[in-house]
Design a protein around this ligand. Structure first.
Ligand code: ADP
Length: 578
């Protein structure tokens, strides 16, 4: 029953007409198989005795004479050849449809998972493992593709077997009944083999997850591995997790091979028994017996393939369970849609936090506790405090990434509740400690947030962000920035991120420790950029060093998730001194 639900999740990814067309092609192919088998009986009778006597032959003679044709060998061979031609055409159609159903199901499942990730609340995402997500959208979905292939061939083989079985029943009900009964008993007795396939599938899922985590740790930690000299340890970890994946896969393949060998041997024994039973017990005619032996010898590989496909499909079931669970959870964790709201372009008075508290799921004590704060519009606010004081968490709340557990974030008179959160998120620019740049050109990186911006807009934004260095790059705006912006310095990446924010024409800029890791020259350039934007944008600087503080209109100090002091900054003082 559960496997039916899993098939449902996969099949829902494909448009119904395409599924019906595939089912239709499969049924039509099976019909040609069945009819071909039935045609064998009169053909063999005509060849062996010169006449056709069986019930099937009688019916066919009547049918032929109704069409005004004699039932001779020529007509039967002609019909047979025509059937083979039709079957070949149907096979091409079925294979094409099967491929497109498989590809569509895999693509749509992958898209659904990515959509689930993209649409989920940050609060939910930060508590999950990134390597699990990578395994989900790459390895697991690809393996589900293999399972879907097995499901399609399972259905196709079942149709084929059913057609042969119906034809065999038409030829000799007694012998076919005997075959069906023994076949059913054997299939049911293989229950444990199928159960094992599911268990091995679940083992493989876990082994693959840990392999992905090891690969990711090695890739992300390349630099650290070199510094610490732990390259060999990474390789050993990967070697061990791969061995575990390989072992599970080998056990599954061995179990499959054993089942195949079992079926082959059992098939030969059964076929021998059927022939003996047909000749000595049921006393069937030779042409009927030959046709049936032909049918059963075709059905045996079919039965084997069926068992293999069932195993393969069951092996995939834990993966589909995992996808289903992820989709359900991400649906519950989904952000509210943005809707038709326009981004907020102007902050008139202030951005406020009122009695905001937030705790992460994985730790009971709140990381931000009852914080109230007013960030005046077009002023620069610096938030200071030791590491772990809650500054980054506060920044995430200010930009709408995290919704507070209690208390409110408001912009002028608008309370940013769950409905408004996503719209607010796209109305502000957040420059984190590690700026994300894509492995692309400077221009395309800048245009991500503002696809319609012209070169003149870009030049203006670069100049305001003190990022004119772009013009000195080998290919100017068309220079590739490397993976994650690796070909640029930290300061250059941050200035590009500021330019990207300016292109989006956001009213507020939040910089999280943006200059903490910079050299003096780069820090001075960012200082210039922020000085130029002072009084124009609402700026929040988190954890900045002294030179930056001279830009601040107010300085907030945090400790253990709370605000411990709030004072006017040098800018305010300079202004009031004048
Ligand atoms: P700061 O930016 O001042 O260094 P953070 O806002 O990063 O401080 O962290 C505040 C507290 O919240 C710390 O105790 C930190 O360990 C905890 N914290 C931060 N992020 C998470 C998270 N994703 N899950 C659980 N705890 C977290």
């Amino acid at each position: 029953m559960k496997t039916l639900t899993q098939s449902g999740l996969v099949l829902r990814q494909v448009p119904l007409p395409r599924l019906l067309a595939l089912g239709g092609a499969m049924i039509a192919m099976s019909l040609t198989d069945g009819i071909g088998l039935v045609l064998l009986v009169p053909m063999l009778e005509l060849l062996s005795q010169g006449t056709s006597e069986s019930m099937i032959s009688e019916m066919m003679t009547r049918g032929a004479s109704w069409l005004g044709l004699p039932l001779n060998l020529g007509l039967l061979v002609g019909l047979f050849v025509a059937l083979v031609g039709v079957r070949s055409g149907l096979q091409i159609l079925r294979d094409r449809l099967a491929f497109s159903v498989n590809a569509l199901a895999v693509d749509n499942l992958r898209l659904s998972c990515l959509r689930g990730l993209m649409g989920a609340r940050w609060h939910w995402l930060v508590n999950r493992k990134r390597s699990d997500h990578a395994a989900l959208v790459t390895l697991e979905i690809s393996r589900i593709g293999g399972g879907i292939q097995a499901l399609v061939s399972l259905v196709a083989t079942s149709f084929g077997l059913a057609a042969y079985m119906i034809a065999a029943f038409a030829i000799s009900p007694a012998m076919s009944g005997l075959t069906l009964a023994t076949g059913m008993v054997i299939y049911l007795s293989l229950y444990r083999v199928r159960r094992r396939a599911v268990l091995l599938g679940s083992d493989l899922l876990n082994a693959n997850k840990s392999m992905m985590a090891t690969v990711e740790r090695s890739l992300w930690g390349l630099k650290l591995a070199k510094i610490l000299g732990t390259e060999e340890r990474h390789l050993k970890d990967l070697h061990d997790t791969m061995a575990s994946v390989r072992e599970t896969q080998l056990t599954f393949n061995a179990s499959n091979a054993l089942t195949r060998a079992f079926w082959q041997f059992l098939g030969a024994v059964l076929l021998g028994l059927y022939v003996m039973a047909g000749v000595y017990w049921l006393k069937v005619d030779l042409p009927v017996l030959i046709a049936l032996v032909f049918a059963f010898s075709r059905m045996l590989p079919g039965l084997m393939a069926l068992q293999q496909s069932v195993n393969q499909w069951l092996h995939t079931v834990p993966l589909i369970d995992n996808v289903q669970q992820f989709l359900d959870e991400s649906r519950i964790a989904a952000d509210r849609p943005i809707g038709s709201a326009e981004p907020i372009r102007i902050i008139n008075r202030s951005v406020r936090l009122d009695h905001v508290t937030l705790a992460y799921d994985s730790r009971p004590e709140p990381s931000i506790h009852d914080v109230s704060l007013v960030i005046p519009a077009r002023a620069t606010t610096a938030i200071m405090g030791p590491s772990g004081a809650g500054k980054s968490t506060l920044a995430d709340i200010l930009v709408g990434l995290l919704g507070p557990d209690s208390g409110t974030l408001s912009v002028d008179d608008l309370v940013i509740g769950p409905q408004e959160q996503r719209n607010w998120m796209r109305s502000v620019a957040y420059i984190p400690q590690d700026v994300t740049l894509y492995h692309d050109t400077v221009r395309r990186n800048l245009l991500w947030g503002a696809p319609g911006a012209s070169d003149a807009d870009i030049d203006a934004a670069l100049s305001r962000a003190a990022a004119e260095f772009v013009h000195d790059l080998p290919n100017g705006l068309d220079t590739m920035v490397g993976d994650g912006g690796a070909l640029l310095s930290g300061g250059e990446r941050q200035r590009l991120a500021i330019a990207r924010a300016l292109l989006r024409k956001v009213p507020m800029l939040v910089l999280d420790e943006a200059t903490s890791a910079l050299d003096v020259e780069n820090e001075a350039r960012i200082h210039d950029a922020l000085a130029g934007l002072h009084g124009e944008l609402t700026i929040v600087m988190i954890g900045h060093r002294l030179p930056m503080l001279e830009l601040a209109d107010q300085i907030i100090e945090m400790k253990a998730g709370q605000i411990v002091s709030q004072s006017p900054g040098p800018r305010t003082r300079i202004r009031s001194d004048r």
